[in-house]
Design a protein around this ligand. Structure first.
Ligand code: NDP
Length: 307
């Protein structure tokens, strides 16, 4: 049984930032970075909205640098995924996929969320080459171009209106004949002249060549199959927070996002904190994740001093 003062779970902006602060505070943090070191950001290319990089920064470089910064101050960063937890008492107990058993005084959950994709092979093929699940991250690359947004929820409507400011035209591909989004968001979409809604449509295939996405083949509910010409294909069909392994002990909302208390990163279990997208259904930005990782580490420091 390994005894750890501060365990951080997740290798994205929230986890690495928590590790930078916790290591500088002398908490000797151990961070397990899971299956996808660097987190969701590594599925994109250039990050242009992270402050401090006037020319933009390669996403993998940014995450690699955050990681290196944490290591520089002594964070122990390891490959590995937490497979089970027992938060019923003190110390907090966790098991890693390599069999390592841990007793931790404090835990920061920063496991992120994964964007949902349709699951089409062509969608996978063009990921990062015109297929994206983040309009705020990648929309800028489609200035004056034609794009499509899949989905009919608040995220899809928000992303479509955001893209409509940048792109010449935005198609919304909606699988039913109604939106799921709130009325206010629906109105905003309907009042945006360069958004065309394709109701009752599902995507059969993302079309493209070596330059990236060139179109999409859609099938309408009445059986009609047709192609649209597009340069970008944005998914907005929801996210899945990576909270499943903690659910027996940690309170989540109806979509699986960990519930934190007010402005704090505290969960319902004393000594367990949550940061980043796993507790944030609204903002989902690298900068907001990093900020909450900082908050979590400061709260752990305070918690450990008083316990
Ligand atoms: P939602 O689950 O609300 O919506 C997902 C949308 O994607 C639905 O229209 C759904 O269709 C569609 N969809 C799901 N799977 C598929 C598929 N395989 N093929 C095609 N379409 C599919 O997710 P959101 O991310 O939009 O929102 C999540 C939560 O965050 C919600 O509670 C939302 O209100 C909130 N939110 C609030 C915002 C705000 O207030 N500004 C902004 C963004 C999100 P169907 O309706 O047919 O199921």
């Amino acid at each position: 049984m390994e005894k750890i003062k501060c365990l951080i779970i997740g290798g994205g902006p929230a986890g690495y930032t928590a590790a930078i602060y916790a290591s500088r505070a002398g908490l000797n943090p151990v961070l397990y970075e899971g299956m996808e070191p660097g987190g969701q950001l590594t599925t994109t290319t250039i990050v242009e909205n992270f402050p401090g990089f006037p020319e933009g920064v390669d996403a993998n470089q940014l995450m690699g640098d955050m990681r290196a910064q944490a290591v520089r101050f002594g964070a122990d960063i390891r490959r590995g995924t937490i497979t089970s937890v027992d938060f019923s008492g003190k110390p907090l107990r966790l098991v890693v996929d390599d069999g390592n058993e841990i007793e931790a005084q404090a835990v920061i959950i920063a496991t992120g969320a994964a964007a949902r994709y349709l699951g089409l092979p062509s969608e996978r093929k063009f990921r990062g080459m015109g297929v994206s699940a983040c309009a705020t991250c990648d929309g800028f690359f489609y200035r004056k171009k034609v794009v499509a947004v899949v989905g009919g929820g608040d995220t899809a409507c928000e992303e479509a209106t955001y893209l409509a400011n940048i792109c010449s035209k935005v198609y919304m591909i909606v699988r039913r004949d109604v939106f799921r989004a709130s009325v206010a968001m629906q109105e905003r979409v309907k009042n945006t002249p360069n958004i065309e809604i394709l109701w009752n449509c599902n995507t059969r295939e993302v079309l493209g060549d070596e330059s990236g996405v060139t179109g999409a083949r859609l099938e309408r509910k009445d059986g009609k199959v047709f192609d649209i010409d597009i340069d970008g294909f944005f998914l907005a069909i929801g996210h899945h927070p990576n909270s499943d392994v903690f659910k027996a002990f940690i309170d989540t909302d109806e979509n699986g996002y960990i519930i934190t208390q007010g402005k704090s990163t505290k969960t319902n279990v004393e000594g367990v904190f949550a940061a980043g997208d796993v507790q944030d259904p609204s903002f989902r930005q690298a900068i907001t994740a990093a900020a909450s990782g900082c908050k979590a580490a400061l709260e752990v420091e305070k918690f450990l001093m008083s316990n």
